[in-house]
Design a protein around this ligand. Structure first.
Ligand code: ZN
Length: 183
């Protein structure tokens, strides 16, 4: 079978076998490219696995976690043992001899964490949740304290997430000598 195409007003004859040959060649090229892309995906998966293990290892070194690191509900690795509990010093922190007693070297953990960029996550009450449980008046933000810190692996960057828990006081109750605080 012969197909005819008009090109620049000249009748061009293209045989089906020529078209087939071109398609087969293109297909071979695409198969090669796909195999290469698959190899890259495998390599990236290995890198992600390695980085996740690296983060778990850093958590152990920085916070002395003996147990397996369990991702929390956000799917991130928690650097504190238990939400509000402060982390314990790492087991392998250098110990400095000071006269008759030994103490852990200070600032090591902070120094290690300092190299990562920080992102603050404000855990605030919804406006609808800020009403005083005693009198119903909207409470005032007293400020926040960090309750949790974790390293998050975001492709191409590691960010230090700091969660600040806000507390609220009722100024209305305060004026009447009643302490009314919410978190
Ligand atoms: Zn109140």
């Amino acid at each position: 079978m012969i197909h005819y195409f008009l090109l620049n007003k000249t009748k061009v004859v293209i045989s089906v076998s020529d078209v087939m040959a071109t398609l087969v060649k293109n297909n071979e090229e695409l198969v090669k490219q796909l195999a290469q892309a698959n190899r890259q995906v495998d390599q990236l998966h290995q890198e992600i696995t390695y980085l996740n293990e690296l983060i778990a290892e850093m958590n152990r070194k920085l916070f002395g976690k003996s147990k397996e690191v369990i991702p929390d509900q956000d799917g991130q690795l928690s650097l504190f043992n238990n939400g509000n509990e402060p982390a314990t010093p790492a087991q392998d922190e250098p110990v400095i001899e000071v006269k008759n007693y030994r103490r852990k070297a200070k600032g090591t953990k902070a120094d290690k964490l300092a190299k990562f960029p920080v992102e603050q996550i404000e855990k605030e009450l919804l406006i609808s949740e800020r009403d005083c449980q005693h009198c119903g008046v909207e409470m005032t933000d007293m400020g926040s304290i960090p309750i949790r810190s974790e390293l998050a692996f975001i492709p191409a960057k590691i960010t230090r997430l700091i969660y600040n828990q806000h507390s609220y006081v009722c100024k209305h109750c305060e004026q009447q000598g009643i302490t009314s605080i919410k978190k």
